[in-house]
Design a protein around this ligand. Structure first.
Ligand SMILES: *Cc1c(COP(=O)(O)O)cnc(C)c1O
Length: 378
């Protein structure tokens, strides 16, 4: 292995997770591969998901969809974010389905479509409570009617997105929910609002969707025609309250090479600022990963696995290096593999473990692994 730090991606795990989700939900699956497939690699993950029976691919931006088309992926692709009208021609050329939530932008897409003499396919996004992109429920029926009537546009989908689907086991059943708009809407009340919007539309759209991974797992009423599977595609838990069901497999292992091992005397500073000073003679391993790889520069909590044992990171994380205390591990050598996320022998460090240490979520951990970290596919 000639890499200094690399992520090994198990594409069989990706395929397994798609199949598990289809079996669990009985619905179609949209594999959400935005953000370089949550750090796992856009094209290889999309190809694996497609081979395992994914029905759609989901991205945030047109350039991600264009890269999938350039790689030969033929599945329908939804761009769930905003597409500036200046990118509409490219999107239409690649047969990407765009998200719309206002009539001016929809008109601009329609004009591009007519100029190209090809349809602009769009899904209509309703903000049932996340407070992000989307039209508010009360405005949805009229806007959907206006958009559906635009010449050149094919409006064949309606969707929404949950704010709190990862809390589902904790929320009370729907009838007991107070109907107070000042309360933050939870998943069940968002679902009720979405159902009311669907009721109010003149015609049922071709494709209705609402569920992210958490809702797909824990809120069967939200599955509709297709579930948008993001974090669970990678075998990572949507949250502590909504973990992946048994059988889902994490796909990513992040490794780095031990570059040097040496014995430091007592009283020796380690790293910038000498935040750590050895209290007694200590053997340390210098490992080739740093904050420029996405390994966060937090103090006193980072750990890695070496020779199947946990080992603490000493002092500051540098741009390209960390220093690990290995006095308790015999025979560590230059050239050994350190595991930052994954399994080594009996020991395991998960993306959730790192997320807890870094004060963030597993999504942020894997999407934060930088481009300079090689992706290696199995
Ligand atoms: C990213 C994304 C998802 C996937 O969410 P997960 O929690 O990762 O399953 C679903 N829908 C939309 C609109 C998204 O942007």
């Amino acid at each position: 292995m000639s890499y200094l730090t690399w992520a090994e991606i198990d594409l069989a795990a990706i395929q397994n997770n798609v199949r598990r989700m289809k079996a669990l939900t009985g619905t179609r699956v949209m594999a959400m591969v935005k953000a370089n497939a949550y750090g796992h690699g856009l094209v290889p993950v999309a190809q694996a998901a497609a081979a395992a029976g994914a029905d759609w691919l989901g991205v945030a931006r047109v350039d991600e969809g264009a890269a999938l088309r350039a790689a030969g992926l033929a599945l329908p692709i939804l761009v769930t974010g905003y597409t500036p009208p200046a990118l509409a021609a490219e999107a239409i050329g690649h047969e990407l389905t765009l998200t719309v939530f206002d009539v001016e932008t929809a008109r601009a897409y329609a004009a591009q479509a007519r100029a190209l003499n090809r349809p602009a396919r769009v899904h209509f996004k309703v903000d049932t409570g996340l407070g992000r992109l989307g039209v508010l429920p009360e405005d949805a029926p009229a806007l959907y009617r206006a958009i559906s009537s635009l010449d050149g546009l094919e409006a064949d989908g309606v969707f929404t997105h949950f704010a709190r689907a990862d809390e589902i086991p904790d929320i009370p059943p729907l009838p007991s929910l107070p109907d107070d708009p000042s309360l933050p809407p939870d998943a069940a009340s968002q679902l009720a609002r979405f159902a009311a919007v669907l009721e109010a539309l003149d015609r049922r759209p071709g494709l209705v969707h609402a569920a992210n991974s958490a809702a797909a797992i824990a809120l069967p009423g939200a599955r509709f025609d297709v579930v948008r599977m993001g974090i669970a595609l990678y075998g990572l838990n949507p949250s502590a309250t909504v973990p992946c069901p048994p059988g889902f497999q994490p796909a990513l292992t992040w490794k780095a090479l031990v570059m040097q091992v040496k014995a430091l005397p007592a009283g020796h500073g380690v790293g910038y600022g000498h935040h750590y000073v050895t209290g007694r003679p200590e053997t340390v391993a210098v490992v080739s990963v740093g904050y420029a790889d996405g390994y966060r520069r937090v103090l006193d909590v980072n750990e890695v696995l070496i020779r199947g044992r946990r080992a603490p990171v000493r002092g500051r994380v540098s741009m390209d290096q960390i220093v690990v205390g290995v006095s308790h591990i015999p025979d560590v050598q230059s050239g050994d593999e350190a595991v930052l996320i994954g399994q080594q022998g009996e020991a395991r460090l998960t993306a959730d473990d790192l997320a807890r240490k870094w004060g963030t979520i597993n999504y942020d951990v894997t999407t934060g692994i930088m481009a300079r970290v090689a992706r290696v596919y199995r």
